[in-house]
Design a protein. Structure first.
Lengths: 70, 70
DNA sequence: ACAAAAAGTCAAATATATATTGCATTATGA
DNA sequence: TCATAATGCAATATATATTTGACTTTTTGT
């Protein structure tokens, strides 16, 4: 599933995928693939992303009801 | 870091590592290693564990202040 | 004290996240 | 329109999560 909430949080901070990737210590492609739902990041990476964006795990990675939309 | 909150949530439900592992679709060793902090699970696994235990990501995997206690 | 269940651990194998490189496409601003 | 930044998309390579099987240690109940 695409991670729209992550993309929105990043755009709110006005930073590119590449810049977020640098801050978090991964590659631009890794951030891109998470946003487009191409895979399943590790917990530590999720936490690093949350901290870089001032959010929590629930804010960015928790779906209250598993809506299988999109 | 050891994940005490996970262990407590599991014991509250009165299930063994092996039983949680079965419900979540992984190996007993994987659950054990997460509880003892030996590694870095994937997001999907964290979510599956949360759902099996009736908790959220923040409940089990978010540390408000990175206390490096363990 | 004894037996059985639960939990810790280790080595080797496999699956998959992540890196690297490179190119194509779509904004965006001058 | 042109240049540049930002994003998407693959192929291959590497690091690491997870499995498997087996053994030891600790807990728990009787």
């Amino acid at each position: 599933m695409k991670n729209i909430k992550l993309k929105v949080a990043r755009v709110e901070k006005d930073i590119s995928q590449a810049e977020l990737a640098t801050r978090v210590g991964v590659t631009r492609q890794t951030i891109g693939m998470i946003e487009t739902g191409k895979f399943n990041p590790s917990l530590q990476l999720c936490i690093a992303i949350c901290k870089a964006l001032g959010k929590t795990l629930n804010d960015l990675f928790w779906e209250e009801n598993d809506n299988e939309k999109n």
